[in-house]
Design a protein around this ligand. Sequence first.
Ligand code: 1GP
Length: 254
Amino acid sequence: MNVLNKMYDACQLKRKQVAVLIDPDKIEVNKVSGLIKKAEEIGVSYIFIGGSLLLKNQVDAICIEIKKGSDIPVVLFPGNLSQLSPYTDATLFLSLVSGRNAEFLIGQHVVSAPLLKQMKQEVIPTAYVLIDGGRQTSVSYMSNTTPIPADKTDIAASTALAGEMLGMKMVYLEAGSGAQNPVTEKMISRVKQQLSVPLIVGGGIRSAKKATAAFEAGADIIVVGTAIENDVQFLEELKGVIASQNTLKLPNSS
Ligand code: 1GP
């Protein structure tokens, strides 16, 4: 399976997709299969795995557990290179282009590139753009980078465009896990206008209304983590969002 092709195909067909983020420190391996079953039922397109730290060394075990009962693509969304796993389908090769910390722009990549090559991993070069979500998040603290202010849409759009021009295949607009405020619709729409590559949006999406707003503003894929960690029933709300976003809209339908 080529995960990037799946993302591009969906984007071209204007099919909106949801990724569920699993923080490997916040789930027990024996709870994984129940979550994945539910995610598959409601039409989740990807499972992202990653977090800012790795307190429990169980990324491989979680991936293996997912693969036992599901074909849903597992995509590593690494906070750092300690999270690399040969059991994922693809790895987001994130360059934190909104920051000016060389370690997260290129440093970790140099160390992880040969390992990813040995793992024969699909690698998806991704421009990671951190936006201020109303309070300091782990990603901002751990990466030692300053997020782009939430109202500076031109800076974010130019940053995302630079990422695309550098050859990155996706842009990930991120308010940070557990953000107080998700990325604003104005920001998503402004960034989307600049891009021809797919746009992922995540951080602080905790209601169907916010998920819908992100899609309507231009997100191709949204990522939801905390809301599902807090209550797995949130997946049911996302089911309605996925269905309504992907219902064929006829030209004259209201
Ligand atoms: C974090 O965008 C993801 O990188 C998910 O954020 O945990 O706030 O849903 P939440």
